[in-house]
Design a protein around this ligand. Sequence first.
Ligand SMILES: NC(=O)C1=CN([C@@H]2O[C@H](COP(=O)(O)OP(=O)(O)OC[C@H]3O[C@@H](n4cnc5c(N)ncnc54)[C@H](O)[C@@H]3O)[C@@H](O)[C@H]2O)C=CC1
Ligand SMILES: N[C@@H](CC=O)C(=O)O
Ligand code: NA
Length: 437
Amino acid sequence: MPAEKSGAAKPIRVALLGCGTVGTEVVRLLTDQAGELTQRIGAPVELAGIAVRRLNKERDVPKELLTTDAAGLVTSDDVDVVVEVIGGIEPTRTWLLDALRSGKSVVTANKALLAEHAADLFEAADASGADLYFEAAVAGAIPLLRPLRESLAGDRITRVMGIVNGTTNFILSAMDATGAGYGETLEEASRLGYAEADPTADVDGFDAASKAAILASLAFHTRVTAADVHREGIAQVSAADIAAAKGLGRTVKLLAICERVVSDGTESVAVRVHPAMIPRSHPLASVNGAFNAVFVEADAAGEMMFYGRGAGGAPTASAVLGDLVAVARNKVVSGRGPRESAYAALPVQPMGNTPTRYHISLDVADKPGVLSQVAAVFAEHDVSIAAVRQEGRTEDASLVIVTHAASDAALRSTVDKIGGLPVVREVVSVMRVEGAE
Ligand SMILES: NC(=O)C1=CN([C@@H]2O[C@H](COP(=O)(O)OP(=O)(O)OC[C@H]3O[C@@H](n4cnc5c(N)ncnc54)[C@H](O)[C@@H]3O)[C@@H](O)[C@H]2O)C=CC1
Ligand SMILES: N[C@@H](CC=O)C(=O)O
Ligand code: NA
C-alpha cells in the first residue's frame, strides 16, 4: 500500500532558517495547521530545528528547537527540507547550496539571493534531484511564480508589468492620499513588517529590481540577474511630482516592467524598475498600501492580472507554506517540481534603447517664443510631443509637456538640453508615463 494511505508515512522534517517577521508566522501556521497539512501532504511535517542569531530573544516558538548552528542544521541527516527566511546573500547562499547538494529541498523567500545566484542554486538542486521553490520571493502571498513556471508553461509570455514592492506602494499611496511625508510613512511600513531589514533596498528599488529579474527569467525562459535591471527608486519622487500627476488625472507608482522586444528579427528582453505616472483610471492606480498587482500578457491566454498582499509576515508565510506543501508532496511520491528553464538565453536591451514616454513640468519665463524654443529641442532629438499645457501669465509660468514614445536616451538628452535653456528657470518634475490616456 502507498505510504500516504497507510497513515504511517515517514514525517517530513523541516529546518527553518530565520525567525523574524516571516519565520514566526511560518512556525505559527505549521503548528496551527499541522493536522490538515498531514492530510494534504500524505505525511506529517515536523520542525527539526530553527536557526536563529540569538537564542535568548523573546519569541513565541518552541525554545527547544532553537539553534545558532545553521550550517549544521542544513546538512543534518534528520532534515528533508530547508525553509530559508533570513534574507541577504551570505551566509544564506552557502547554507542553501550545502542543503541542495545534500539532497534537501529548499523553500526560500529570498529574492535578493535568487536574483543573483539562481543559476548556482538550480545547478546544485539538479545535481541531487532536490526541489527549489520561491513563491514568497515575488509579490508575497500572491500565487504568481507557480502560474509562470507551471500554468503558463505552454504559452508565450510577452510582458509582465506591475507593482511588486509593498513598502514603496504604501509610501506612494500615503503621499498621494494625504500628502503624508516620506520618512514617517517609511517608519510605519517597517513597523508593519513590510520593509526589508535595510529599507533602502525598498526605497531605492533594489527589492523590486530583484523581483523583476526573477519574473523576467521565469516568463521568458532566460537568465536575468538584478544587475541587468534598469533601477530607479522613489527617493527622488517629490510632492511636486505627485501634485503634477494629480493635475493630469494621474498617480505615481513604482513599476516593474519586463518585456520581450523584437527588433530587426532579433529577440531580446527589456527589464526596468522606475516610478511612473499612470492614469487614475488604470487598474494599477487603485492598488494601494502594501498590496501588489501584476499584469501578465501571453500570446494565447491574453491579459491576466494577479492581485493581493505583497508583504507582511502572515501573507508571506502563506506562500512559504504553499511551497512547503509542494516540496513535501514531491518527497512523499519521490517526484520533483520544475527545474530551471533558461534555454532561450536572450540578451538584455539597454535602457537607453527602450521606448518610453515622459511627462516634463517646467518653470519658464512667460514671454513670447518660449514654447517654440522648447519645442525646437524636442524636434532636434526626434521626440514628438503628445500634449502641452501652459499655465500662468506672470513671471512664474509653467509648461507641462507629455511626449509620445521615444527612446529613453533621446528623452533624457532632451530633458538635459531643455534644462540648460536660459528661458527655463527650473525643470520641476520629470517622470515616465505608462498606460493609455
Ligand atoms: N517581510 C515581508 O513582507 C517579506 C519578506 N520577504 C523575505 O523574507 C525574508 C525574511 O524577511 P523578514 O522575516 O521580513 O525579515 P526579518 O529581518 O524580520 O527576519 C530575518 C531574521 O533572520 C535572522 N537572522 C539574520 N542573520 C541570521 C543568521 N546568520 N542566522 C540565523 N538567523 C539570522 C534575524 O535575526 C531575523 O530575526 C527576506 O529574504 C525577505 O526579503 C519576502 C516577502 C515579503
Ligand atoms: N520589502 C518587501 C517585502 C516583500 O517582498 C516589500 O515591501 O514588498
Ligand atoms: Na508570490
